[in-house]
Design a protein around this ligand. Structure first.
Ligand code: URA
Length: 239
């Protein structure tokens, strides 16, 4: 990292409420491992595909999705399906709501303003976007960024569940009200849900505020930082 990059990184960390940096060798060792050594996963532990012979891969799920027309969003102006991106063996997965205009344009989740903030949140715990897996509950942009509707969720969510079961993250961070409600089948306010782990398909799921909300309410960044420290502790085996 160059000096100006480092200075910007420190300013960002300060805005999150970070008051110090960990010298814990366990965390450093993990960063080195995730940066350099591929994580080994047993293919035999992966559930079988529909033909019962091949291991499930994200590519196979993407292929099943095809040029999806299962819900009305395909005819309401979506430019492309935004499937997901990142490390297919990630220990940490983020789940958002649905693609916005930038994501619809480029086919990659979380690359607009909210996405840039998410990138900083990921970096604040010593990881990069390439270390984690990022997806949304809904894979097509709702027109005008309206909230996804129940029939759209019903068609799309099974593909997210398959992605989760294939990546097998240790921790899932549900970003914002919509993702938390859809995954946890609750309508409790995100302010009550955030910061607590829930069991979800073999992973620990932690809801937190959506980065788009943080852009409007930066005073809540400290809460997200508190949540991310809990995530980091689980990933390093300290919690
Ligand atoms: N907001 C989301 O929930 N998902 C994205 O991919 C982008 C913005």
């Amino acid at each position: 990292m160059t000096n100006p990059d480092l200075a910007e990184h420190l300013r960002w960390a300060e805005s999150l409420g970070v008051t110090g940096f960990s010298r814990d060798p366990k965390w450093r060792q993990r960063a080195a491992e995730t940066g350099e050594a591929p994580v080994e996963r047993s293919v035999t532990a992966v559930p079988p595909t529909t033909d019962n012979r091949l291991p499930v891969t994200l590519d196979a799920i993407r292929e099943d999705l095809g040029d999806c027309a299962r819900c009305k969003l395909h005819a309401l102006g979506r430019k492309q399906i935004v499937f997901g991106s990142g490390n297919p063996n990630a220990d940490l997965m983020f789940v958002g709501e649905a693609p916005g205009a930038d994501e619809d344009e480029q086919g990659v989740p979380f690359i607009g303003r909210a996405g840039q903030l998410l990138t900083k949140i990921i970096e604040a715990i010593g990881l990069t976007r390439d270390d984690v897996y990022i997806a949304n509950v809904i894979k097509c942009r709702p027109p005008g960024n309206r909230n996804p509707e129940p029939d759209e969720i019903a068609e799309c969510e099974p593909f997210l569940v398959r992605q989760i079961e294939t990546v097998k993250p240790k921790v899932i961070v549900a970003l914002g009200t919509f993702a938390a409600h859809a995954l946890l089948r609750t309508d409790a306010p995100i302010s009550k849900l955030r910061g607590t782990f829930h069991e979800y398909h073999g992973a620990k799921l932690l809801p937190t505020f959506h980065p788009a909300y943080l852009l409007r309410s930066p005073e809540r960044k400290r809460d997200v930082w508190d949540d991310m420290k809990k995530v980091r502790a689980v990933l390093t085996g300290e919690a």
